[in-house]
Write a protein that binds this ligand. Sequence first.
Ligand SMILES: CC(=O)N[C@H]1[C@@H](OP(=O)(O)OP(=O)(O)OC[C@H]2O[C@@H](n3ccc(=O)[nH]c3=O)[C@H](O)[C@@H]2O)O[C@H](CO)[C@@H](O)[C@@H]1O
Length: 356
Amino acid sequence: MRKVILTTGGTGGHIYPALAVARELKKRGVEPIFVGTSHRMEKDMIPQEGYKFIGLDVKPLKNIASIFKMLKSIIKAIGIVRKEKPDAILGFGNYISVPAILAGIILRKKIYLQEQNANLGFANKLFYRLSKMSFLAFEKTYDDLPIKYHKKLKVTGNPLRSEVYMVNRKIERERLKIEDDEKVLLITGGSLGSKSINDAILSKWERTLAEKKIRIYWATGKNHFETINQNLNKYKPNDVIKPYFSNMPSIMAVSDLVVCRAGALTISELIAMEKPSILIPYQSIKVGQYENAKILEETGASYIYKNSEAEIAIERAMDLIKDDIELAKIRARIKVLKKDRAAEKIVKAMDIWGRK
Ligand SMILES: CC(=O)N[C@H]1[C@@H](OP(=O)(O)OP(=O)(O)OC[C@H]2O[C@@H](n3ccc(=O)[nH]c3=O)[C@H](O)[C@@H]2O)O[C@H](CO)[C@@H](O)[C@@H]1O
């Protein structure tokens, strides 16, 4: 049986695209094997989906102890690649992917990379020269790399959960008992939640309570939920506040507007589901969310606010969600960014299909 090692982890934004590719590989008779860390969300999410998962004890490189762990993980990864004999290794970026990709390079395996963001992240920057192909979510990433490497790049879009393409807004609205004249505002800070966005909603909570025809779905992030729950004493009966929505595609489908960070997967889901948004990118140059947000803003499909303007962003959301004409214009503009069947394009482009 053909095998592909998928190396990923850390946040939903890195794990969901790998799961989408795994599903496509399995459909075509290829066994996906995951390599991640033994202490972040992939250790639960991936086995729950029924895939083989190997966790390494790898941490971000900050001190001597973490360098030592990285070296040990590289040695362990060499052992894994030797034993599993994969036909290829596909990395989804960040420090977690480094040991398995390096092991693959040492053992002369076919290396592929997937970049979720508008800018190439540091791990993918380390390895793109040695990979057979890097699969990009956005055309913008070409700007990061010298022209002589452009033949090693392929824009596919981000591989998304199949539910994103399958959910039907009308059916989901009926299932969630949303009235015809009720608007739905989704608030999400990405897979880990966002303190800045949460604080802004809390300080504008009275305003949201006054908006009887706006139903709020608010994913606070697991670490922030308890404190928020203790601070809220009044709710509108239909508002739904949870640490995490595991049915995010359904919630996004019923939404009229989304207030969120600009993680690459959320951006790709907004595009796929044609959703207007107000973006408050996470302000770290390393993470590069501002560049992701600009792709939507430049298409006229979103408005960007800084962390320090998060309360203004919430006020704006309360007005924009009632402006049906502007929302319709945004939904029309966003269509040009759509890219379908990314997982299928990636799997077909991998050089694993020859005779064994
Ligand atoms: C802080 C940080 O390092 N963030 C990075 C992380 O994003 P992070 O994982 O935070 O965010 P993304 O927007 O990329 O992905 C979040 C994923 O989780 C899902 N979701 C989220 C909340 C929820 O309640 N339920 C749910 O299912 C979303 O639908 C989406 O599929 O990886 C992304 C992809 O490399 C980067 O662009 C982000 O900059």
